[in-house]
Design a protein around this ligand. Sequence first.
Ligand code: ADP
Ligand code: MG
Length: 704
Amino acid sequence: MMNETQNIEEIFGKNVFTVGKMRERLPKSVFKEVKKVIAEGGELSKASADIVAKAMKDWAVENGATHYTHWFQPLTGITAEKHDAFVTHPDEEGRTLLEFSGKELIKGEPDASSFPSGGLRATFEARGYTAWDITSPAFLKEDATGKILCIPTAFCSYTGEALDKKTPLLRSEEALSEQAIRIVRLFGNTEAKRAIPSVGLEQEYFLIDREKYLKREDLIFAGRTLFGAPAPKGQELEDHYFGAIRERVGAYMRDLNIEMWKLGVPAKTQHNEVAPAQHELAPIYENGNVAVDHNQLVMETMKKVAGRRGLTCLLHEKPFAGVNGSGKHDNWSLVTDNGVNLLDPGLTPNENIQFLLVLACIIKAVDTHAALLRQSAADVGNDHRLGANEAPPAIMSVFLGDQLEDVVRQLVSTGEAKKSKKGGKLMTGVSTLPDLDRDATDRNRTSPFAFTGNKFEFRMVGSADSVAGPNTTLNAIVAEAFCEAADVLEKADDFELAVHDLIKEYFTDHQRIIFNGDGYSDAWVEEAKRRGLPNIRSMVESVDALVSKESVKMFEKFKIFTKAELKSRAEILYETYSKTINIEALTMLDMASKQILPAVMSYTGELAQTILSVKEAGADASVSAGVLKEVTGLLGEMKKAMERLEKDVAAAAAMKDGKKQAFYYKETICEDMTALRTPADRLEKIVDKEYWPFPTYGDILFEV
Ligand code: ADP
Ligand code: MG
């Protein structure tokens, strides 16, 4: 493995059926048809689909593939695959011919009955269909199974209800494109046919020793530690962030990069993160749909590759209490097919006004749908970050930086913004709008939604979560704002005046969402409350926003989700929450009764013996007696907490209403879990290390 080539050019995309490979392998006319469908949508003819399927299969088989699969993203948040070998029924001579038809490429019919559907299946059809997504390239997955040709697909019910995360994402990209084109047309862009989101995802993760991982049930079952006292050292010295990468971690990063490059994922940046044992990988941005697929591959490969170096990769948002958790930064911009980034302030005045309108629309969208956008980043693990004094806060706000905020202030207060802070003055097409300098924005690590030069960075997303949801929501709310702006401006008699007024109106009405200060401070919580911004502290509290009247109306208007699809997702969110906390609670009970209690009891036995011997020898045993008393006191506390947790878990399991149950888990079970953890963590600090039944934070975080 060490000798494997590091020539990036040679290995990049090796396992991908790229556009380049299609160009080589397909007849010109078919290739043209494929390119057209990728760029403009629509369907391949049956004859062409057969030709593409054959070329794809030949390429895969030449490269050692034995099976193919429709690779999809059910509502579990991870990916699903069911392999079929290319073999066909043996002929008379006993040979098998390898076949793969256009029909098999385009449509699949996996048994969908065991995926979460949130009631969609009951009301519609039991069957689920997978449909080829031609815009995301097929690839070869290479592992112990061999080589599997993976075809990215959407997953729907017979009647077309989306049972997955890709379908709504694709729908949202289409809606956004359509509305964005209306906007650029207003500014004289007649060439662009589509606008596509560019998405760059920074992925954080923890890397720990596999042997130690296997000694902790909580890591195995819950992906995070449910017990654990802080180590004497945490992240306070700030010596891990960007620090020199240790050998074993470096070897892992190297393996990971090679796998990612082979899969055509442009893995670029790697570094140590803030918490000990925490790291980050950031690929270069790609078009939204592909970036979302690639992030699934990144997460999966991160876990897979770790085993090779005796490591385990944790993607949970909060594997360890007391040090930073992990997130995912969703860098998002919008680019037309003729190369204009709508979030680039641009060089000419014309672009500049367009930029200000786009910015105003996004501000309006985020303010109008703040709760919904917050919801899109909610998952069970993320509750430990958002709203729990960790980056970023649960309150949605937008960071614009000094220069842009100044422009907005001028526009709002005087109706004009003739100068910009750094760029000096500039007469634009409309004399009341300033020039903008894209390097004039600074950084703010506490903002959940920050403008960073030519893109927004949505920083709330959880590290283990699928980014399909957050991007679907973001695309949808911006599409709506673009649509409303275009409705007004297309009818305007005096466009220049109308666009000026609209920008001013949007900034004025929605300026409350702009916040450039410290998002972690208590003062901001108060200030946000005064401004009327929602502060949704948990996942279960966020779900309502998904099925609110406004959300349903918006998603239905742009044909992204039906009401039934939204309700199904809400149901699944509650269910997932309850099930996850239930697993955590049961794991705690198991560890407490089978590991911690016995260990502590053995230790108290030894202590008691010691006390007796010391006394017999006529010496003072008061220190040992004091320790014994403290330990048995904590043991009693633990036992009481265990009994309560056990009783409440049974009560939770009996609840029928999904929403009520989820709230009960959040309010009662989580509290019980804390009550159990507290004495156990105290005990860890007192009990002889020889007795402690599993590796501690110190063992895990500092010994990779
Ligand atoms: P940071 O300093 O926050 O790490 P980077 O410039 O390194 O910012 O970018 C982080 C991510 O944002 C990378 O994935 C990068 O490719 C992506 N990115 C850069 N420009 C854009 C853009 N215009 N649209 C979307 N993503 C972008
Ligand atoms: Mg960043």
